[in-house]
Design a binder for this molecule. Structure first.
Ligand SMILES: Nc1ncnc2c1ncn2[C@@H]1O[C@H](COP(=O)(O)OP(=O)(O)OP(=O)(O)O)[C@@H](O)[C@H]1O
Ligand SMILES: [Mg+2]
Length: 227
């Protein structure tokens, strides 16, 4: 029996920014449910609220109104140890600009989130190597970011996001700085990892959106045809 469970739930969520006398409704009363596992693409023009939405779901930001519930946890008031634990174990982030630590090797970059999670060094090493192998970089363990191509850096970032085996990966335009061939590899990797977890990916790339199981169109802070 395969029962699908809801991993992400947004109830009447808004995020407003005060800009002088003007209120910017970055997110304007969104309701959304996303199930466990599978890939959902978030598509919309610049300034439509895509990054804001990811930040609310990843507890990097708090809503002005409404509730954000991820993996059974209401994020609105989450703070301190609970927030640290949530960031560490529940969500992995992938950024357009990779955000690797420049003076650490690929392997050390992947091991770092496990250190924050209290994983012993032997296990960090084992899992770090296995993850880099899984993303096709078993031969680049000791390379630093500036010794890697853009596509390779993004694969390291994906391995790092998977380090603590989170049920959710949030990726904000992960192929935005890559050529189409490297981008294609990243899409395939994200699709593959979405078999075991939820991948929520912001993209302008039509090809990536077409690979997703679900496409969420956002405009002016609102979801359209909420499929
Ligand atoms: N800290 C902030 N203060 C004020 N306004 C903000 C802030 N962050 C975002 N906004 C505004 O909220 C709206 C949504 O921004 P957001 O970054 O979510 O858009 P986006 O869809 O990710 O755009 P892009 O495709 O360009 O990355 C924009 O109008 C933006 O100017
Ligand atoms: Mg953005």
């Amino acid at each position: 029996m395969s029962e699908t469970k809801v991993l992400i739930e947004l109830r009447d969520v808004a995020k407003h920014y005060q800009k002088g006398s003007e209120v910017v409704k970055a997110i304007d009363r969104i309701n959304l449910e996303v199930q466990e596992r599978g890939m959902a693409a978030i598509v919309g023009p610049s300034g439509s609220g895509k990054s804001t939405l990811l930040h609310l779901i990843g507890a990097m930001d708090r809503p002005t109104r409404g509730e954000v519930i991820v993996a059974g946890k209401t994020l609105n008031g989450i703070a301190g140890k609970d927030l640290t634990r949530f960031r560490c174990r529940t969500v992995g982030f992938v950024f357009q600009t990779f955000n690797l630590i420049p003076n650490l090797t690929a392997l050390e970059n992947v091991m770092l989130p496990m250190e924050f999670n209290g994983v012993p060094k032997v296990e960090r090493l084992r899992r770090g190597k296995a993850l880099l192998g899984q993303v096709g970089l078993g031969h680049r363990l000791r390379h630093r970011p500036n010794e890697l191509s853009g596509g390779e850096m993004q694969r390291v970032a994906i391995a790092r996001a998977l380090a603590n085996n989170p049920p959710l990966i949030l990726a904000d335009e992960p192929t935005g700085n890559l050529d189409s061939q490297a981008g294609q590899m990243i899409y395939e990797l994200l699709k593959e990892i979405s078999r075991e977890r939820t991948v929520l990916v912001v993209t302008h790339a039509e090809a990536l959106a077409q690979m997703a199981d679900r496409v969420l169109h956002i405009g002016d802070g609102r979801l359209k045809d909420n499929a």
